[in-house]
Write a protein that binds this ligand. Structure first.
Ligand SMILES: C[S@@+](CC[C@H](N)C(=O)[O-])C[C@H]1O[C@@H](n2cnc3c(N)ncnc32)[C@H](O)[C@@H]1O
Length: 317
């Protein structure tokens, strides 16, 4: 019996126990279980907590699955991502979305659950393309086109915070008239920030890191289309140690949920990955919270206002 779990987090697989132990197994997990995750952080969390086989990839793994279980709902993922995943599940099951081969655990209204399934069942031969193309530019250059996929941060549009970051960094580095530098874009998403900078300045060697497999898929596609050579790494704990002390510039537009815990991973990476004399730039809506994270890793921090955002700048001395 080979089961594929889609959309589950490490916490979903367990529930609180009544007697003493904090968690008990929610299901008797029998046979060969594979958990699919889109984010490598979730893959690591599942492997660590449950010792289950977990696969992190932008698309569902091919296989002879006896059963696929899909957990979704409006608080968990966008409707577009749910449809996209369901479309992939239907393809893996030869279009058969009936029990026992397919089980949907839907967190939300019954009406929405039925409508989600109907969208796939009612048009069995149709494969919808949920990718989107949108444009972004920095002052003085023609707009360029980017592609994103459901699951990517800011799918279908550019993020104004990321754009503010790219604009400030382009302006500052142009003033230095440096030719050739190593740039690390952490949490690169579909690659917009690093790619705009690489296009605007000469001889930029770009490395991008993101924990989301679809972000890396989109960034790879966008770098190829723009003709920018880039190393793109799927990771949730920054760059590998072989890259320590090798970057001139770090840029990051970190997510701010979980009390700046992820922003801390970004700044720790910046400190480690930059050369002495290297520059670290991050962006956020409100500087106060992020500023204290900068101070944990750098002696000074400067705030530059742009587009209603704060770009924070530190130097590694
Ligand atoms: C606010 S988005 C910024 C995306 C892009 N840089 C932009 O400005 O449009 C933050 C990105 O960080 C990624 N991320 C979250 N946690 C991460 C981690 N621990 N390591 C690397 N990337 C992470 C998310 O997947 C997301 O793509």
């Amino acid at each position: 019996m080979a089961t594929l779990l889609v959309g589950y987090t490490a916490q979903d697989l367990f529930e609180r126990g009544k007697h003493g132990r904090r968690f008990t197994a929610k299901w008797a997990l029998e046979g060969e279980i594979t958990c699919h995750t889109l984010d490598i952080y979730q893959r690591h969390a599942i492997e660590k907590a449950h010792h289950l086989k977990a696969v992190c990839s932008a698309h569902l793994p091919a296989g002879n699955w006896d059963e696929i279980r899909f957990k979704t709902g409006p608080k968990r993922m966008s409707g577009e991502l749910a449809l996209d995943m369901l479309q992939e599940i239907a393809a893996l099951l030869g279009g058969d979305l009936s029990a026992p081969r397919f089980r949907l655990e839907y967190e939300g209204k019954e009406r929405d659950r039925n409508s989600l399934i109907a969208k796939i069942r009612d048009q069995p031969g149709r494969t919808r393309d949920f990718s989107a193309r949108w444009q972004a530019s920095v002052p003085g250059l023609e707009p360029v086109e980017f592609t994103s996929f459901p699951g990517c941060f800011c799918h279908r549009r550019r993020d104004e915070g990321g754009l503010a970051l790219a604009e400030v960094v382009c302006r500052e580095l142009a003033q230095l008239s440096v030719d050739g530098f190593d740039l690390l874009d952490m949490g690169c998403g579909s690659g917009m920030v690093g790619l705009l900078i690489a296009r605007a300045l000469k001889d930029v060697r770009l490395t991008g890191v993101d924990s989301h497999s679809r972000a890396i898929e989109a960034a790879t596609l966008n770098a190829d289309r723009l003709g920018v050579p880039a190393e793109l790494i799927l990771a949730d704990s920054g760059t590998p140690s072989r890259l320590d002390g090798t970057f001139d510039v770090f840029v990051g537009n970190p997510p701010y949920y979980s009390d700046y815990r992820i922003a801390d991973v970004f700044l720790e990476t910046a400190r480690r990955a930059l050369k002495v004399g290297g520059r670290c730039y991050t962006v956020c809506k409100n500087a106060a919270g992020l500023e204290s994270v900068h101070r944990r890793y750098f002696d000074t921090v400067e705030t530059i206002a742009r587009r209603g955002y704060s770009v924070l700048k530190s130097m590694k001395v």
